[in-house]
Design a protein around this ligand. Structure first.
Ligand code: HT7
Ligand code: ZN
Length: 883
């Protein structure tokens, strides 16, 4: 397979001005006619025109109306080349035949439950017709769709519907025109039997926009929350960024078979069902929140991604990091900022940090790829969002807005790079951020060490910071990065001290502005080592470091256990309050893991129990914050901190602490369950969700004890629940312990919900992630369950992805988990390489484990790499994992 490098980027020799597509959709074949007006990038150029194409049957090709003869072009399995195209503007017409009904890869044009739909990002358009399938080729499109009227009454594409009518033979057609230039990856087509929920939105300039959400008719009642989310997103983008929607129609289509979450095609977003359909009975609070975030995310792409797009795929974070940041802010503004921040940082730590420390580590702007699909990663998305967040931390909300305004002013209608975004931010704020661009080119999570000291005689407090970015594949040596470190100093009564002046290496860096006291300051840390000195500090403070998680780094501070308990109890920065608890919990877990490995009796530090108890009893705290603060760090986080990851020890210790807390806090936990019951109808608002979160977290603690009273309690909650959030949480609580009660509850749940495929996916996921011993056999059995389907990505992610996310079973010492995954990856690869390569990633950190596990996992990877006909997608991940 060929590796593509960022350094080799070259602007195209030819541009496409207009593209007129015609689709004749059929049951056996689909005929695609593409008429393109091509203009040379430089007049008089003599260069071949190379078009991408994959799995296409070429029927004919014409230049300026004349059909080309065999010797005038070359075609192979990936390209069509015109060796001597005209040197002036010309018309190109290509007819191809494709077979969407056989397309299980779910890229290009394919069928999902009988309906036609497309997925073109990143490089799927080339499976529809021969094209310069690259984002810097932007054109205006029309799309005419012809299909059987009974089978496909709804025909949709991008832009405005400008004509429709009936044709002979029971067919009909629709002609769509998109007035905005776009790259091919934003093209979309949908044809099928769909109903729609319609609503409207009046934009800030008074334009009426029709909003439609399309789904099979029986699911329409479940689209209300998605519609609410869309309208909220439209309003938020106007209010926060001054960005107005630019067409009179916005469509969302729901399809059950989709490789990723959703797709931002211009005015025709396509979503997988889970991220649109919700009712209180069938969807959890987590589902509702995900819908809000993803509907927002895809809508926000209209400006960050569509109006201003990426020059090449290496720049993916330009649109994805920025749009994730925007959706995070949107969800924060509509919900609770601290809780959302905790959730986002946890996601980064659980998924991105391991990637940054493994064989697939790459900067948010990768240097090379074999298959671009493999780089839709937590690094590009979530770390990318953290990088965008740092601009806001540095420039403040209004400075960030100025930067965004300048970015759109300069680049609307263009395909640009990450440097263009950086330049807009800096120019708008008349500032420079030295070493900041390193975030785009260096992989690995920086480690920031902090040593503090207080000098009572001079009343100065010093923070000595040092940074180190660990080596990653292909990058043995790293340069210092610009790291904004938000700091507050807490006095002995728990109050923030006013900060007047901070010196960096002897020169004044920050002072309070307009005489107003400042309680949090952002240190601009940009060298390998730097000392920051706070003046006028009357007593030794406890520093609250990296407030709000101001940079995506691992912090290694010299705070004592006492300091951390103090911050847990009194930091005004709620994020850091949670963080103090997590640092304490991580330290505690690591020391108990060492005890476990030395077969010592495990004893839980009573101070930790007291800390958790006081959080639980603190009625002034947000309930969802409490739920998060009493939840222990995940097993992966702890394994990540070990020299050799030991899944059995970490699992045993986490369970020990969970049960010990349950025993010692029984009364408080029970009181929390009881006092947070509610008979009110389900509402999606923060207070109700927070109440449910706290109740469910406490119930899980109690049920872990497997005592008859608590099993009864969980059964009661399960039976009396009137919404999926509480019902599913009670089922999860019950299913922690193997036995008849668990089996009965799981069966009951399936019987109840077997006709709701999204609920059945949850049922698969719950069993897949179970930590009961020997769960691989159960998961293997579920593969042949009638409701399971290897062709549906959502079910694969639930069952197989879920299983790989449960360390104790996936990393079973006998290798059964690895063998299971190895076999499945090869089966899946024949059906859907993108999904198969997501699954194979679970092997990538095999070197973190002991020798026995290493050998077993490596054997599976070797077996995969040597398989015949392996896709490039799986090859890239598996071979890089072995390298
Ligand atoms: N921009 C979208 C990416 C996407 C995608 C990428 C590769 C293969 C399939 C895909 N489906 C959607 C999603 C987003 O980030 O908004
Ligand atoms: Zn996106």
């Amino acid at each position: 397979p060929k590796e593509i490098f960022l350094k080799d980027y070259k602007a195209p020799d030819y541009y496409f001005d207009t593209v007129d597509l015609q689709f004749q959709l059929g049951e056996e074949k689909t005929i695609v006619t593409s008429k393109i007006v091509v203009s040379p990038g430089v007049e008089g150029i003599s260069a071949p025109l190379v078009l991408h194409g994959h799995d296409l049957k070429l029927i004919s090709i014409k230049v300026n109306g004349t059909e080309l003869k065999g010797e005038e072009y070359k075609v192979n399995s990936r390209h069509l080349m015109l060796s001597t195209p005209p040197a002036v503007v010309f018309n190109l017409e290509i007819v191809t035949e494709i077979y969407p009904q056989l397309n299980t890869s779910l890229e290009g044009l394919y069928k999902s439950t009988g309906n036609f739909c497309t997925q073109c990002e990143a490089e799927g358009f080339r499976k529809i017709t021969y094209f310069q399938d690259r984002p810097d080729v932007m054109a205006k499109y029309t799309c005419r769709i012809e299909a059987d009227k009974t089978l496909y009454p709804v025909l949709l594409s991008n832009g405005n519907l400008i004509e429709q009518g009936d044709l002979e033979g029971g067919k009909h057609y629709a002609l769509w025109e998109d007035p905005f230039k776009k790259p091919s990856y934003l093209f979309a087509l949908v044809a099928g039997q769909l109903g729609c929920r319609e609503d409207s939105f009046v934009t800030c300039s008074g334009r009426n926009v029709t909003l439609r959400i399309w789904t099979p008719a029986q699911d329409l009642p479940k689209t209300a929350h998605a519609m609410y989310s869309l309208k909220a997103a439209m309003k938020w983008d106007e209010e926060v960024f001054g960005l107005e929607y630019d067409l009179d129609l916005f469509n969302i289509v729901v399809v059950p078979d989709f490789n990723m979450g959703a797709m931002e095609n211009k005015s025709l977003n396509i979503f997988q069902s889970r991220l649109v359909l919700a009712s209180p009975e069938t969807a959890t609070d987590g589902d509702y929140a995900a819908i809000l975030g993803v509907v927002g995310h895809e809508y926000f792409h209209n400006w960050t991604g569509n109006r201003v797009t990426c020059r090449d795929w290496f720049q993916l974070t330009l649109k994805e990091g920025l749009t994730v940041f925007r959706d995070q802010e949107f969800s924060s503004d509509l919900g609770c900022r601290t809780v959302k921040r905790i959730a986002d940082v946890s996601k980064l730590r659980i998924y991105q940090f391991p990637q940054d420390a493994g064989p697939m580590a790459h900067p948010i702007r990768p240097h090379s790829y074999i298959k671009m699909d493999n780089f839709y990663t937590v690094t590009v998305y979530e770390k990318g969002a953290e990088v965008v967040r740092m601009y806001k931390t540095m420039f403040g909300a209004s400075g960030f807005r100025k930067g965004m305004d300048l970015y759109f002013k300069r680049h609307d209608g263009q395909a640009v790079t990450c440097e263009d975004f950086y330049a807009a931010m800096c120019d708008a704020n008349n500032a420079q951020l030295p070493n900041f661009l390193q975030w785009y080119s260096q992989a690995g999570t920086p480690i920031v060490k902090v040593a503090s000291s207080y000098d009572p005689s001079s009343q100065t407090f010093s923070l000595k910071l040092s940074q180190e970015v660990p080596p990653t594949p292909g990058q043995p040596v790293k340069e210092p990065m610009f790291i904004p470190v938000a700091v507050g100093l807490v006095d002995s009564t728990g109050k923030d001290m006013p900060l007047t002046s901070v010196y960096s290496d002897g020169s004044l860096q920050t002072v309070s502005t307009d005489g107003q006291p400042v309680f949090t300051t952002v240190l601009q840390f940009k060298k390998k080592e730097e000392e920051f000195m706070f003046k006028n500090i009357p007593e030794r403070p406890v520093p609250s470091l990296l407030r709000g998680y101001s940079a995506p780094v691992r912090l290694d501070s010299d705070l004592s256990e006492g300091d951390l308990f103090f911050l847990l109890a009194s930091d005004s920065d709620e994020f850091n309050r949670w963080e103090a608890g997590q640092v304490l919990a991580r330290k505690l877990m690591l020391s108990l893991v060492a005890d476990f490995q030395q077969q010592k009796t495990l004893v839980l530090n009573p101070k930790f129990v007291d800390g958790i108890r006081s959080i639980l009893r603190n009625t002034s705290l947000d309930k969802e914050f409490i739920a998060k603060a009493i939840t222990l760090p995940g097993q992966g986080e702890i394994m990540d901190m070990m020299e050799v990851a030991d899944p059995d020890a970490v699992h045993a210790v986490r369970n020990f602490i969970k049960k010990e807390l349950a025993v010692q806090l029984k009364d408080d936990l029970l009181a929390a369950v009881k006092s947070n019951r509610s008979s009110e109808a389900y509402t999606f608002n923060h207070d109700s969700m927070a109440r449910r979160a706290l109740k469910n977290t406490c119930l899980a603690y109690l049920a872990s004890l497997n005592e008859p009273d608590f099993v009864e309690l969980a059964l009661h909650e399960y039976k009396s629940a009137t919404n999926m959030t509480e019902q599913f949480a009670a089922l999860a609580a019950l299913s922690q312990n193997p036995g008849q009660v668990r089996d009965d509850a799981l069966l009951d749940f399936y019987n109840k919900w077997q006709h709701e495929y999204l609920v059945v996916s949850k049922w698969f996921a719950l069993q897949a992630t179970s930590e009961i011993p020997g769960n691989v056999a159960n998961v293997q059995k579920l593969l042949s369950h009638p409701a399971f389907d290897l062709r549906n990505p959502n079910k694969v992610y639930s069952l197989i992805g879920g299983f790989c996310g449960s360390p104790v079973n996936f990393h079973a010492k006998d290798g059964s988990g690895y063998k299971f995954l190895g076999e499945i990856v090869l089966q899946l690869d024949k059906i859907n390489p993108q999904v198969a390569s997501r699954m194979v990633s679970a092997f990538s950190r095999w070197r973190r484990y002991d020798k026995t596990r290493q050998a077993l996992a490596k054997a599976q990877l070797e077996m995969i790499v040597s398989a015949n006909g392996l896709s490039e997608n799986v090859f890239e991940i598996a071979s890089k994992s072995l390298a």
